[in-house]
Design a protein around this ligand. Sequence first.
Ligand code: C5P
Length: 301
Amino acid sequence: MSRCTLAAAAKINLYLRILGLRGDGYHEVAMVLQSVNVRDTLHLTTQPRKDMSITCDHPHVPTDATNLALKAAHLLAEEFPKQATGVHIHIEKHIPVAAGLAGGSSNGAAVLVGLNHLWDLGLTLPELQALAARLGSDVPFCVQGGTALGTGRGDILEPLPPLTGGAVVLAKFVHLSIATPWAYRTYSETFSHTFAEASVQESDHFVQVLASHSLPEIAAHLHNDFEKVVLPAYPEIAQLKQSLLDRGALGSLLSGSGPTVFALYPNATLAQQAVEQLRIHHPDVDFWVTEFCTWGIEMLR
Ligand code: C5P
């Protein structure tokens, strides 16, 4: 029996444009993905025969075949039947569930990295990412982490220089979740007339702003097309975003398709002070104070 423990980081989108509908039903996007230091811990333990099993300490995480961590284990076992063993996966959940923070995708990514090690597969980062893309659009980024430009359906990645400094606040209504397919479909139905004008080049300007490493500049240029459908449908999220801005955030944005919003603050002290105030007025919202991080999956032991 062998085992390993991995940390899997959450992600936010600093920039997200939806450029068109593709023939395969996915949407063409241009996005900047950023890891943040809210992390799940995954324990992988090999077990006899080819048994695959999963447990999680969070009651809302499915432990059936829909779980991306389990899907990742099955995918690798299919691809490498000779090296595959059974494996038990236990997830300590800290990343908010169904929140637009790629919690499930990061767990899938961690299992790919962990089993590559336990089964001694010798897969390179590009090989792991090709497998990751079969699990979901965000999974290749989660394998790599840090800061990256994502195009295609979000799975074609170009690493960008790491972002450092400042603090990131995540805020999520406890009982709200938003289905990503709904958000894409609603955006398409409402804004498909804008697709012809949209182009990948639009992200170039944001990438230049990132290169300035000026947090106020970056905060001023945050953009997420999903806000155009999610904020009108959930005015409470728009209000939460405004509250973060009123409490000194340099900028605030919906994360992915939501419902989490994130806000950038100059430092952790100011972020912590803002959150203490906000908690008084928003008892139905969970808050986290965190920071950018430069990795996606970390092997702990
Ligand atoms: O790739 P993933 O399984 O995470 O995507 C979930 C759903 O989100 C897809 O089934 C699709 O409806 C939508 N999606 C999309 N375009 C993308 C990524 C996701 O339409 N680029």
